[in-house]
Design a protein around this ligand. Structure first.
Ligand SMILES: *[C@@H]1O[C@H](CO)[C@@H](O)[C@H](O)[C@H]1NC(C)=O
Ligand SMILES: *[C@@H]1O[C@H](CO)[C@@H](O)[C@H](O)[C@H]1NC(C)=O
Ligand SMILES: *[C@@H]1O[C@H](CO)[C@@H](O)[C@H](O)[C@H]1NC(C)=O
Ligand SMILES: *[C@@H]1O[C@H](CO)[C@@H](O)[C@H](O)[C@H]1NC(C)=O
Ligand SMILES: *[C@@H]1O[C@H](CO)[C@@H](O)[C@H](O)[C@H]1NC(C)=O
Length: 492
């Protein structure tokens, strides 16, 4: 008799500088690393750990919580850069942004940095049917306008037809007119095409799973959801889950005194929305009126619950098709925010390969621009060794291993119009950040975008926060410390 199949897997949460989220789950017995396991990779856009499984008391996320309950849930996973295109290219190639040389949206790594293999490409080359639904790679130049086809995918990726309306005037305002708003609860029957992108993506993914049921080869299906990325365009019934009077404010809404201006994100993307523009909020520091803060949080949470129902539909399809016990489920976000295991998204590639029983790509040499297949992250397979997750003692190894690196570019020392998303040529400063079990340490240093060179003797600002005493990172201790030495010691 085969050993009993216990549902388990990995759920993985990412977090960066001030924004991120990730989760990895598998319904299969992960210690058996059986050949031919399928992979379902769910990528969520801008999801922070506002989920029941991360202890959020308000947010309703029963389907994701259920997945998490038999998954390995990473409490402390970090994206390598909290911007869609750089983050996705980084974790999908298993290389850090300084190797993909993508910090904005405007270059394709294969011609700009190196011809790096991707996770789906590797599975495809190992006999898998690889399929992309929705936002997996960031669309546009950063994936050569083809989501890296044909290299990554067995056939052309699917994009929901209704995604073109995401930023258009489809939100009914109090004046009865349609606007391009940040807050956009909709009557789905009333919007163009009568549907929303994430619903379409779920439907497409379900159809593909049904086809795969009888497929001879294993599959790698990546499903990329748009919500809860702004604008918050979601079926209005989800708003009812979160009455405004129950919405609390962020625990630390003020800009911290010791925050260096270079670290501040002036959220220009949000300001462009019609409903936000109408508030005439001062640039760069705000504040956003309190009632609008509550409405933003309400719509974010509602978008998460809407996303959760889509994930629920996917997972029950796997169950109905009896594919759940042969499919590794990885659930992650490109960025979002949140704290035990320090892991990096760049480790997704070797870990998924290892879990599926494929050869784990070798460690990258430095530099590795000429090497097509190697890994900068770690194979986290050892985390799955234990038969019963409840008993997983999780003994930290070499403390040096327990460091996560992230980075973020800036065009100037003080916040300006393009501070959140500078183009490569405008990058003057790079924030390099390390997170250990005990602290978050960041230095903002001069950066030359022509040479891709950071100058660590040109320090513009620094940040140091202690995790235990200051979990929300409100008290910058950099000036009280001998921080520079620490950073040199810990650079990868
Ligand atoms: C890049 O890699 C792909 C996939 O392995 C290969 O088909 C292509 O020829 C490579 N391109 C170059 C310029 O080496
Ligand atoms: C990118 O797309 C263009 C146009 O479709 C194509 O000619 C080019 O070969 C692609 N680049 C790579 C590296 O495949
Ligand atoms: C809102 O808060 C009240 C009082 O704490 C609670 O009774 C009610 O269940 C909450 N409503 C929702 C939808 O969470
Ligand atoms: C917007 O705010 C600025 C100062 O913060 C003020 O001078 C201006 O009159 C305001 N505009 C509107 C339309 O309220
Ligand atoms: C998965 O479960 C189904 C029924 O629940 C069973 O028929 C099938 O053999 C199982 N597959 C594996 C790989 O255990």
């Amino acid at each position: 008799m085969p050993p009993p199949r216990t549902g388990r897997g990995l759920l993985w949460l990412g977090l960066v500088l001030s924004s991120v989220c990730v989760a990895l789950g598998s319904e299969t017995q992960a210690d058996s690393t059986t050949d031919g396991l399928n992979v379902l990779l769910i990528i969520v856009d801008d999801l922070r750990p506002s989920l029941g499984c991360y202890g959020d008391k308000l947010v309703r996320s029963p389907n994701i919580d259920q997945l998490a309950s038999h998954s390995l849930l990473f409490q402390n996973a970090f994206a390598q850069q909290a911007v869609c295109a750089p983050s996705r290219v980084s974790f999908l190639t298993g290389r850090r942004p300084d190797t993909t040389r993508l910090y904005d949206f405007n270059s394709y790594w294969r011609v700009h940095a190196g011809n790096f293999s991707t996770i789906p490409q590797y599975f495809k080359e190992n006999g898998y049917m690889t399929m992309s639904v929705g936002k997996v790679f960031h669309p546009g130049i950063s994936s050569n306008h083809t989501d890296d086809s044909p290299y990554s995918w067995s056939f052309p990726p699917y994009h929901p037809s209704s995604e073109k309306y995401e930023n258009t005037k489809t939100c009914r305002g109090p004046d009865g007119e349609l606007h391009a708003n940040l807050l956009c609860p909709v009557d789905v029957l009333d919007v163009p095409e009568g549907t929303l992108p994430d619903k379409q993506s779920t439907e497409q993914a379900i159809q593909l799973l049904e086809k795969m049921k009888t497929s001879a080869s294993p599959f790698f299906l990546a499903v990329g959801y748009h919500k809860p990325h702004i604008p918050f365009r979601y079926p209005k019934e989800f708003q009812k889950l979160y009455p405004l009077e129950n919405i609390t404010l962020a625990p630390d809404p003020e800009v911290p005194d010791g925050l260096p201006p270079v670290a501040y994100n002036p959220w220009m993307d949000i300001r462009q929305r019609e409903d936000v523009q109408a508030l005439n909020i001062s640039v760069p520091y705000g504040p956003i009126p309190v009632d609008f803060q509550q409405k933003i949080r309400q719509s974010y949470f509602a978008s998460v619950s809407y996303l959760d129902t889509q994930v629920g539909r996917l997972l029950s399809t796997l169950d109905d098709l009896q594919l759940a016990n042969s499919t590794i489920i990885a659930f992650t976000s490109d960025h979002g925010r949140q704290s035990m295991d320090l892991v990096e998204l760049v480790s997704l590639f070797p870990t998924l390969a290892g879990l599926a029983g494929l050869q784990v790509p070798p460690r990258c040499p430095v530099p590795s621009f000429h090497v097509e297949l190697c890994r900068e992250g770690k194979n986290l397979l050892k985390h799955f060794r234990f038969r019963d997750l409840e008993e997983d003692p999780y003994l930290p190894g070499n403390p040096r291993e327990l460091i996560a690196y992230s980075q973020y570019p800036r065009p100037a020392d003080i916040p300006q119009w393009n501070s959140d998303k500078p183009s490569l040529k405008d990058i003057k400063i790079m924030g390099y950040s390390i997170r250990t079990i005990d602290y978050r340490y960041t230095v903002w240093v001069g950066f030359n975008p022509d040479e891709f060179l950071a100058n660590f003797s040109d320090i513009h600002a620094g940040e140091l926060y202690f995790v235990d005493s200051d979990p929300l990172q409100d008290h910058n201790m950099y000036n009280d410390s001998q921080g520079g030495d620490l950073f040199q010691l810990l650079m990868p």
